[in-house]
Design a protein around this ligand. Structure first.
Ligand code: NAI
Ligand code: MG
Length: 479
């Protein structure tokens, strides 16, 4: 039997997008000089013009942040800082629909995810860190913790508002002020957050949002007035940043790429594992640093799992991100679609077998059908490089040790998943896996209390929990 779903579009009403934006510096929006368009990747509609910050704009933002740090924020008690963070958290909840709709339009992710994951988790990060602001001496990090001063924060396009929250909430709780740059294709929710800071009457200059591209990011990284850099994005840019700050006194945290193994043992609950595999790689179009992009299957259950997985993938609804029934939205940019195309073509060329779910893709915008490759070996590019799209590489194993060896055979080490009904096997596997986060019988679950970060080329430091807080406090942070 086939079910046809009637369209269930979320409304754009009550959302006002300005035709062009400036930078949010010193509590005010200031005009930019050059601009570039930001589009809805599901339709290619131009949503607005975003300002491209040059050296002078970055300098103005750093000065505003320094002034706010010395004159206001560093003098304020933790209890007072906490009040502002609570206020921001509550305003995010109150305006959640507006943020969710704007995020979906600018990023291409399904409204179901921006509404139920991104925005509630962003508010949760502010609530959690609001609670720490007046209790830093009880965090087990020493009794005389000190903030760094001005933090420069550079974030990617896959979770624009959520990554902003991961960066700004701990920085402010610890007593730092910030200069944050969103990614060039997804600046709108960060700019709306600037408006929310005004609404919360946050002292001017505590949060500064400047928009731009990699050149703007480089100005932030190299600015002498910045004490700490926090970056989430590609390993390639992470390496550039690590080199740039090495000869300076700047502290740095880097949250980079991943190529996570999702290991299914023969005794796993298969139907639950299928849901976990789908959530692991098709959540957020696979634009997830900790995505379960390598499925590592015990050989004797491989046929059954792949049969059920294909059946489930055929039911994934791909299309209009604003439709409340959509599971898989648009690829964030043309560049990212080209990258996915190039890497999957290498999968074909190197001898892996491609299967894509049958689905009708919209004619406008950037789309990629949910896809799996079987017959993948460790040396294939699709087993080694981050595809950052809805593409799963499937490998098999015979013995438990072989599963661990394959899982660890990667330059990354951000996350992993283990599926088994046996607790002892899960604990054994977790001890052998070199990954910062390991999920057991689930995948892609996030909580502000839980530290997140990786080994090897996946980055330096942790975000979230007490560990993440320590990265914004002098003497005990990383780097
Ligand atoms: P990217 O690393 O270039 O961009 C991330 C952020 O860094 C953006 O705000 C960008 O403007 C900024 N940036 C770029 N060059 C910079 C520089 N030299 N100095 C300072 N800041 C700079 O990532 P991109 O090009 O958007 O994506 C490329 C690949 O990176 C993706 O295909 C994916 O594999 C990976 N990626 C991983 C992410 C993660 O969460 N780990 C997030 C985004 C991308
Ligand atoms: Mg956009």
């Amino acid at each position: 039997m086939s079910f046809n779903y009637a369209p269930a579009p979320e409304s754009r009403g009550n959302l006002s997008i300005k035709p062009r934006y400036g930078h949010f510096i010193g509590g005010k929006f200031v005009a930019g000089s050059k601009h570039f368009p930001t589009i809805n990747p599901a339709t290619e509609e131009v949503l607005s013009q975003i300002a491209l910050a040059g050296k002078a704009d970055v300098d103005a933002a750093v000065q505003a942040a320094r002034k706010a740090y010395t004159s206001t924020w560093s003098k304020m008690s933790g209890k007072e800082r906490g009040k502002y963070l609570f206020r921001i958290a509550r305003l995010l909840q109150e305006r959640s629909r507006e943020f969710a709709v704007l995020e979906t339009l600018d990023n291409g992710k399904p409204i179901r995810e921006s509404r139920d994951v991104d925005v509630p988790l962003a508010a949760a990060h502010f609530f959690y860190h609001a609670g720490w602001a007046d209790k830093l001496e009880f965090a087990g990090l020493g009794t005389s913790t000190k903030p760094y001063g001005v933090a420069g924060q550079i974030i990617p396009w896959n979770f624009p508002l959520l990554m902003l929250a991961w960066k700004i909430a701990p920085a402010l709780a610890a007593g730092n002020t910030v200069v944050l740059k969103p990614a060039e294709s997804t600046s709108l929710t960060a700019l709306l957050f600037g408006e929310l800071c005004q609404q919360a009457q946050l002292p001017a200059g505590v949060v500064n949002i400047i928009t731009g591209d990699g050149s703007t990011g480089a100005h932030i990284v190299n600015h002498p007035g910045i004490d700490k850099i926090a970056f989430t994005g590609s390993t390639e840019v992470g390496k550039i940043i690590a080199r740039a700050v090495a000869p300076t006194s700047k502290s740095v945290t880097l949250e980079l790429g991943g190529k996570a193994a999702n290991i299914i043992f023969e005794d796993a609950a298969i139907d639950e594992a299928i849901e976990g595999i789908v959530n692991g790689i098709f959540f957020n179009q696979g634009h997830v640093c900790c995505a379960g992009s390598r499925l590592i299957l015990q050989e004797n259950i491989a046929d059954e799992v792949l049969f059920k997985l294909k059946d489930r993938m055929a039911k994934i609804r791909v299309g209009d991100p604003m439709d409340k029934n959509t599971d898989l939205g648009a690829i964030n940019s043309k560049e990212q679609l080209l990258k996915i195309g190039e890497l999957t073509a290498s999968g074909d060329a190197q001898g892996a077998q491609r299967w894509s779910a049958p689905c009708e893709l919209p004619t406008k915008g950037f789309w990629f059908a949910p896809t799996i490759f079987t017959g993948v070996t460790d040396s294939h590019r699709i087993a080694r490089e981050e595809i950052f799209g809805p593409v799963l590489s499937v490998l098999t194993f015979r013995t438990p040790q072989e599963a661990i060896d394959k899982a660890n055979n990667t330059p990354f080490g951000l996350s992993a998943g283990v599926w088994s009904q046996k607790g002892s096997r899960i604990l054994w596997a977790s001890q052998g896996l070199r990954a910062g986060v390991i999920w057991a019988n689930t995948f892609n679950k996030f909580d502000p209390t839980s530290p997140f970060g990786g080994y090897k080329e996946s980055g330096w430091g942790r975000e979230g929990g007490r560990h993440g807080l320590s990265a914004y406090l002098k003497g005990i942070g990383h780097g």
